[in-house]
Design a protein around this ligand. Sequence first.
Ligand code: HSE
Length: 407
Amino acid sequence: MEKNLKIGLFGFGCVGSGLYEVLNRSELIGARIKTIVVKDRNKERSLPQHFFSFDPNEILLDETINVVAELIDDSEAAYKIVTQALKAGKHVVSANKKLIAEHLDELISLAKENSVSFLYEAAVAGSIPVIRNLEEYYNNDSLTGILGIINGTTNYILTQANDGVGYAEALEKAQQLGFAEADPTLDVEGLDARYKLAILIKHAFGNTVVPEQIPVKGITGLRNGDVAYARERGLRIKLLARAERIGNELFAVVAPHFVTADHPTYSVSNEFNAVVVQALFSDRQLFIGKGAGSLPTASAVLSDISALKYDYQYEYRKAVEGRSPLVSESFSVRVLVSASMDADLDTVGLDEVEERYIGKGEQFVVGNVKYSALKNLFEQKELSVILFSDLPQVEEEIVVVETQYNS
Ligand code: HSE
């Protein structure tokens, strides 16, 4: 049944102010913000001071407010707000990927116990409706992989680098445009994408994954020679987050990848995100949309709020106990490792070395590394590591899954 939604909004930054604007421009939704709570009394904002409160209880203890929109940066403060709101019987809409990735099972239980919804479409890939699609459309067991560009800031920086703009300048622009996190290390070190991937894995495959389990390498260690290597071969470097089911195991990683011109993410530029879903029967599907920025992200929050009008909640149908462990010895990935001339690339843990190059004070090796050794390789800060997006081992194993379906 349609509900009268009264919203308590926490945060009036990039996404919070965007939500205020999209709600004002979407008369059909019929949901209105009653109270806005912010932290900083002295910050200049687009609305007069009397629109804001500084006391969280003005929302949390207000019985007429039935929806909390949590759109703040600080994940610890967000944890308190969200848990209190759920316990108070309010629906919660959040865009806080760190909070969600780190506390998902607890928050799901809390929402269930209090018979309210906890929705977070805006937390992953901004405006792309990926979570609801994984929940509703791919609601069976046919998914074999989900991968893509799920951080707008790094894609912006990599796109600009391709056009000759330097790293520092591109990052500054991404900050000005409101794409980057308050602490942009989270973007450029791949941690933001890793939180998002952990959330996607829950909805795609049912596993609860602690973000730290997923090997991560950001874009800060990329070398000029890597970009030249890619350019000479018609490749591009993209920070991809990927989770692939191989037999009964899950391969998950966030790292720079070389992608070929026919790869679905090759032409996805700037703050756009792309999510590629691979499934047994529908084959490959691609979603592209703005993954960061005020109004695009607010549009996903708006969509969650409007879904509350008909009591929508995620059902986590694929969540099952006892899934196989994340780290597997049974497959390896092909990587390019590069470093300055004083590094010893013979000892970095590659199983087989296919090629070696030397050029302009840098050295490169291409070879295979076991998935279980990837974390260790990524942690060696002096090395740049880029994965090739092709995984022959994955192709073989997908056939195994298909056989199971046919039997
Ligand atoms: N900093 C994030 C990004 C914002 O660049 O993708 C959207 O989650």
